[in-house]
Design a protein around this ligand. Structure first.
Ligand code: NAP
Length: 434
């Protein structure tokens, strides 16, 4: 056996991901040593309760509640506790003590990323976070390294497995949101409190991380426009299917304009995606990130966006990278935010829309609706009258628009709602992916 140098690895957290990381570190110790060029010695695992039942058997003597002491003297610290505090304090302490750090903590990076990256820069340490944006899917390294010589134009990501699972079952089984959510909670795909997933908070954190990397710009979480999927119902799903679309919760990170006016938009919302688009075939709880780059063209990264052992794969990849760098020495790559492009509010974003209206079924109504749209600078691409109301007094109009400014569109929809001919605005959905 090669006599490798030993690197001391401290693990913070032994939950769904941490317990699998600990197990794989021990199980594949020899192989990992060959790949890293160093023996990765797990010196301890910080948890809240050393006696809590664990998914995998971990040596009792490795468990401790004293994370602070564990960090002292570690070469690599893996943070898998989640949440902001005490994870932030521990990561900063690890960096300041000279360790390289690995984390999967999207909530922390999306809110305190600059502070953590700056601290690492100051001491020449490196922060690895491959698992923070899409679980097992390699996307951080492709954006940070593989595409470093290209210009990313747009990222469209299905980055939340829970919402994709719910929307996929609504689409394929014709089920209602509340029923699928209850099922997802029973099966463990959704948390007891599903807010972070179904309201788009989790996806927004990931969007902020991806956009920061792709556009070399600090993207504060507050600048990410966020809408969830709770308003999506069976009738919207049916209408989408009828029109050749599927509804997906998308994280869209986009470069806008060019030259001196260059800016970016980062947003999360449910959108209509053409069934022929690669993202439409992402089923179940899977994730996918579709990247459009100037020279590389279209790239799609697909796979498991969560799961303890799957996510542990990405974490271990980071640990091996950290070990190699620790041995080779030199300063870390650091985060590049040199471009620092302005981030535009949602009102200044341009997309296509599908507007569904319930209108009076009378002559001249279509002309009135078309007039309001045209006055609002929203140009119609197609119109379909789908279902007559039960009383045959109302009709349903499904209007596809050409690209329009969000602000124009929303003011126009308000005017439609207030007009005498529209009984109800049934839905307004963006169309993404052309
Ligand atoms: P988890 O199952 O809730 O485990 C958290 C672990 O951290 C537990 O072992 C817990 O100890 C420990 N911990 C929490 N607070 C602590 C404290 N104050 N002091 C000491 N230990 C503490 O979490 P997880 O699902 O493994 O997620 C870990 C991280 O990975 C999160 O940032 C998450 O966003 C990210 N991530 C998770 C997944 C996934 O599929 N689960 C996917 C991608 C990214 P006890 O066991 O004693 O309670």
């Amino acid at each position: 056996m090669t006599d490798y140098r030993r690197l001391r690895v401290a693990l913070l957290g032994a939950g769904a991901v941490g317990s699998q990381v600990a197990s794989l570190l021990r199980q594949h110790a020899d192989e990992l040593a060959d790949r890293a060029g160093a023996r990765l010695e797990l010196i301890g695992i910080a948890v809240r309760d050393v006696d809590a039942p664990r998914e995998v058997d971990l040596p009792r003597e490795l468990l401790t509640t004293d994370a602070e002491s564990l960090i002292v003297g570690a070469d690599i610290v893996i943070e898998l506790m989640g949440g902001i505090e005490p994870a932030r304090t521990h990561l900063l302490a690890a960096i300041n003590s000279g360790a390289d750090v690995v984390t999967a903590n999207k909530a922390l990076l999306a809110t305190h990323g600059p502070e953590i990256f700056d601290a690492a820069d100051q001491v020449g340490a490196e922060v690895y976070y491959e698992a923070a944006a899409a679980g097992a899917i390699p996307i951080i390294r492709p954006l940070r390294d593989s595409l470093a010589g290209d210009r990313v134009q747009r990222i469209m990501g299905i980055v939340n497995g829970t919402t994709n699972y719910i929307l996929d079952r609504m689409d394929t089984e014709g089920a209602e949101f509340a029923d699928v959510l209850a099922d997802a909670q029973r099966l463990g795909y959704a948390e007891a409190d599903p807010t972070a997933d179904v309201e788009g908070y989790d996806a927004a954190q990931k969007a902020a991380i991806l956009a920061s990397l792709a556009f070399h710009t600090t993207v504060p979480l507050e600048s990410v426009h966020r809408e969830g999927i709770t308003a999506i119902d069976k009738s919207m799903m049916d209408a989408a299917r009828h029109a050749g679309y599927v509804i997906k919760l998308l994280a869209v990170c986009e470069r806008l304009n060019g030259g001196a006016d260059e800016s970016i938009s980062v947003r999360v919302y449910p959108a209509l995606v053409d069934r022929a688009h690669p993202l439409a075939s992402v089923h179940g709880a899977n994730n996918a990130v579709f990247v459009q780059a100037e020279a590389a063209g279209n790239l799609m990264f697909y796979g498991a966006g969560a799961g303890g052992v799957q996510t542990a794969s990405a974490v271990l990849g980071d640990v091996v990278s950290a070990a190699r760098r620790h041995i080779a020495g030199g300063v870390g790559v650091g985060e590049s935010t040199l471009a620092n492009l302005p981030i535009v509010p949602i009102g200044r974003v341009t997309t296509r829309y599908q507007i569904t209206l319930e209108v009076d079924d009378q002559p001249g109504v279509l002309a009135t609706v078309a007039g309001i749209l045209s006055d609002g600078r929203v140009s119609i691409a197609n119109v379909e009258q789908t279902v007559a109301g039960e009383d045959a007094r109302t009709a349903r109009l499904v209007i596809g628009t050409h690209k329009a400014l969000e602000q124009d569109l929303s003011e126009t929809v308000d005017r439609l709602a207030a007009s005498g001919v529209v009984e109800r605005v049934v839905s307004v959905l963006r169309v993404e992916g052309d």
